[in-house]
Design a protein around this ligand. Structure first.
Ligand SMILES: Nc1ncnc2c1ncn2[C@@H]1O[C@H](COP(=O)(O)OP(=O)(O)O)[C@@H](O)[C@H]1O
Ligand SMILES: [Mg+2]
Length: 590
């Protein structure tokens, strides 16, 4: 509950103003609705009174109609304001969540899981929105109505009040039981939604593999389970809640009957005969009619509250989940340094060790090396030796557990994140493409001019295939770049890095998807065109890195050797083995 209230700080002044408006209309609605029984009572009295004028009945009836109309208009106004408030509110929540998630590191995203983050910023927000619309209309109105109606009927015969009281207690008891039964289900709902989302996402992203391995049935089964879980949970919760409806009708009808019955007994109790007795009986009758309307109002208010209470657990859980996202403190916080340090273009690791959050053993141990400006440093090692992990520490995708990572002589933790990112051109192991054109993907938010774009495409050897496309740079890129080959995407992602003015390039296994010829040409072009820039290259092939200024050989997270190709062949066993597995002795020229 507190979580939901806390979210209200995202409401703006305008919405609070709308809230005030809706309060006014709610009050108007309650007053108008509760005036109706008064007119009803006067009509009843008029009819029972001999010689009463028909015009009086008409005017009272007219007033009743007006009240009903006024109440209708007020309720439309309340609805309007409530929807406006809720829609704006949820739009803001979604924006806040999106911004927050964008600032998350991989660690936080993994902790929530992508599927859950999607449900949280869509379905969860909708749940809260629905709740806000309903709550705005009901939470103020229902108690107001109930109290007012109770006050109006307080003076009448106590037997009637007792009957109404019993009905209310019964209703509350039935509700209490229903809520107790379904509360856990409604709370679970959002989590089951997560699971469903996860299953659907995984299947869609992996659809090629699923097809290729004929695993549709297997995947279907997994989806079916998530789907059935959600179904069963919803069925149970909704079935229980639907059971409420007949019970509530029963209680209401019993109350109706009791009021008439009590009325009949009361009327009978008045000794018949005299004119005074007739008047007394008519009074009781009029009272009864009025009481009935008010009693119904009381019960209706309780039913309205119930509607909110039914929705509450799910919405509260959703609110909690939203707050969790919004309240997450990023592990990686931006520092303050914006200007370059003293040693421009250098990258240095000082005794760096790293353990993945929640992971058991350390993935990197005691890594120290330094890349000077303009140097090419290569990293080689078997899969799983920690190469990707190592380069990820430079743009702070993760922070080193021990030791320091320095860029331009300044610890990366001290940099303002944007300034740090502006220094680094990072090309990840897996090329990531977004929906749009090729030019969109390469310029990627940067205002690159045509010349720069072209030169980036040329250096990365993308130009040759881009030119063959009908629309050239304007060619459409499907979601995830599925309409391009792995090597093509890889080259475009290199072009993306080349398109910005950075000091340090990081290529994480970027060249493995290229054929040998392109690999060679691309590296030559890179060397020529990016002379002042420091390059960190992770590679599998000795050929790719042979000419590097320094080669760092990684073995199970430790440095097995640092040096040039020639030095390492002589001194490093691990390197020699890798080299021998790829090239003949003659090629290696030992
Ligand atoms: N997100 C992660 N969480 C936990 N362990 C990870 C994660 N990513 C990689 N690892 C582990 O870290 C080790 C090194 O991985 P990685 O740096 O990707 O190796 P390389 O790039 O050299 O193939 C592997 O043993 C892998 O299991
Ligand atoms: Mg890797």
């Amino acid at each position: 509950m507190i979580k939901l209230l806390k979210l209200f700080r995202y409401l703006k002044a305008k919405e609070w103003l709308f809230f005030l408006f809706s309060l006014v209309f709610i009050c108007a609605q309650v007053v108008l609705e509760l005036m109706i029984p008064d007119y009803m009572s006067s009509i009843t009295t008029l009819i029972e009174t001999p010689n009463s004028a028909m015009s009086d009945v008409w005017s009272a009836g007219g007033m009743m109609l007006l009240c009903a109309l006024g109440s209708l208009i007020s309720s439309i106004a309340v609805c309007f304001f409530a929807s406006r408030i809720a829609a704006n509110f949820s739009r803001r929540l979604r924006k806040e969540m999106f911004d927050k998630v964008e600032s998350f590191t991989l660690e936080e995203i993994n902790a929530f899981s992508t599927a859950s983050l999607i449900t949280r910023s869509t379905n969860d927000v909708s749940q809260v929105q629905m709740m806000v619309v309903l709550a705005l209309q009901v939470v103020v109105k229902a108690p107001l109505m109930a109290v007012w109606a109770i006050m109006k009927i307080a003076g009448k015969a106590w037997q009637w009040s007792l009957a109404t009281g019993i009905a209310v207690v019964l209703l509350v008891a039935i509700l209490g039981i229903a809520i107790k039964l379904t509360f856990p289900c409604f709370r679970k709902m959002q989590w089951l939604q997560d699971a469903l989302n996860q299953s659907a996402r995984e299947n869609l992203t992996g659809i090629r593999v699923v097809r290729a391995y004929n695993a549709e049935k297997y995947q279907e089964k997994k989806f079916e389970k998530a789907n059935t879980d959600l179904l069963e949970n919803s069925m149970y919760a909704n079935r229980t809640m639907t059971m409420l409806s007949p019970f509530m009708s029963l209680v209401m009808n019993c109350l109706n009957m009791s009021i008439y019955w009590i009325g009949a007994v009361l009327i009978n109790a008045v000794a018949a005969g005299s004119a005074a007795a007739v008047t007394a009986r008519v009074d009781i009758f009029a009272d009864m009619i009025v009481f009935m309307s008010y009693a119904m109002q009381v019960i209706m208010s309780f039913i309205m509250i119930v509607m909110v209470v039914i929705m509450a657990p799910r919405a509260l859980e959703a609110a909690k989940r939203i707050s969790e996202v919004l309240g997450t403190r990023q592990k990686i916080v931006s520092g303050t340094v914006t200007d370059a340090g003293s040693e421009l273009g250098t990258v240095e690791f000082k005794n760096v060790s790293f353990t993945y959050p929640g992971g058991s053993g350390s993935v990197l141990r005691d890594i120290s090396f330094k890349a000077d400006r303009g140097e090419t440093i290569a990293f080689i090692g078997s899969t799983g030796s920690g190469k990707t992990t190592l380069v990820n520490l430079i743009p702070r995708l993760y922070d080193a557990t021990e030791g320091e990572v320095l860029v331009d002589g300044v610890n990366v933790k001290e940099y303002d994140l944007e300034s740090l990112y502006a220094k680094i051109g990072y090309v990840s192991q897996k090329a990531v493409m977004f929906t749009g054109t090729i030019a969109d993907n390469v310029a990627f938010g940067e205002n690159a001019n045509a010349g720069k774009l072209r030169s980036a495409l040329e250096i990365s050897h993308s130009q040759e295939f881009v030119d063959k496309l009908e629309d050239g740079e304007g060619a459409h890129m499907a979601r995830g770049g599925t309409n391009f080959s792995g090597g093509q995407k890889q080259r475009l992602s290199i072009a993306r890095a080349l398109c910005r003015d950075v000091e340090i390039f990081i290529f994480d296994d970027t060249f493995s998807a290229l054929d040998f010829k392109t690999d060679r040409q691309l590296r030559d072009a890179l060397r020529e065109k990016t002379q002042g820039c420091t390059k960190l290259i992770v590679a599998q092939r000795i050929g790719t890195i042979m000419s590097a200024d320094k080669i760092v050989v990684l073995d199970e997270g430790r440095i097995a050797g640092i040096g040039t190709h020639r030095e390492l062949l002589g001194s490093c066993d691990v390197y020699r083995q890798i080299a021998l597995s790829q090239l003949s002795e003659e090629e290696l020229a030992i």
